[in-house]
Ligand binder design. Structure first.
Ligand SMILES: [Zn+2]
Length: 137
């Protein structure tokens, strides 16, 4: 029957697309898991006065000491810490990985949504095929 041929071909296409989508999702998750040096937060340089009255930075014409900070939020709110000179590069890389992580999470959500749509299509098509086979449902 023509119907059957059509549904079979459609089923094959759906199966292919679901598997393809799974590969895409797996690949994104693998990229996420590779970000093992990640640190959630934002990283930046700010000028800060140390508060010592005899320090050069006490002069109001001066902006203060250039200080690298890591800022993040946890259950208690916003946290900020100065980053030690030796750790600057590592922290910078860690935060860059976090940016990548966030992008990948957005990508993952999009691909997961597509998978959901494909599974709905699978459900619809399978139901239709099996009802058609019986001829009266
Ligand atoms: Zn100072």
């Amino acid at each position: 029957m023509l119907h059957e041929v059509y549904y079979k071909a459609k089923m094959k296409a759906i199966t292919f697309n679901v598997k393809n989508q799974l590969h895409r999702i797996t690949s994104i998750i693998e990229d996420i898991l590779a970000l093992s040096a990640m640190m959630r937060g934002s990283y930046g340089d700010i000028y800060q006065r140390c508060g010592k009255p005899t320090c050069w930075c006490a002069n109001t014409k001066e902006k203060g000491h250039l200080c690298t900070r890591l800022m993040w939020t946890d259950v208690n709110g916003v946290k900020t810490r100065s980053v030690r000179e030796d750790d600057k590069q590592s922290v910078k890389n860690a935060v860059e990985q976090y940016h990548q992580y966030k992008k990948l999470r957005i990508m993952l959500r999009t691909e997961e949504k597509k998978l959901e749509e494909l599974l709905t299509e699978f459900e619809r098509n399978t139901t239709k095929t099996n009802k058609t086979k019986m001829g009266y449902l």
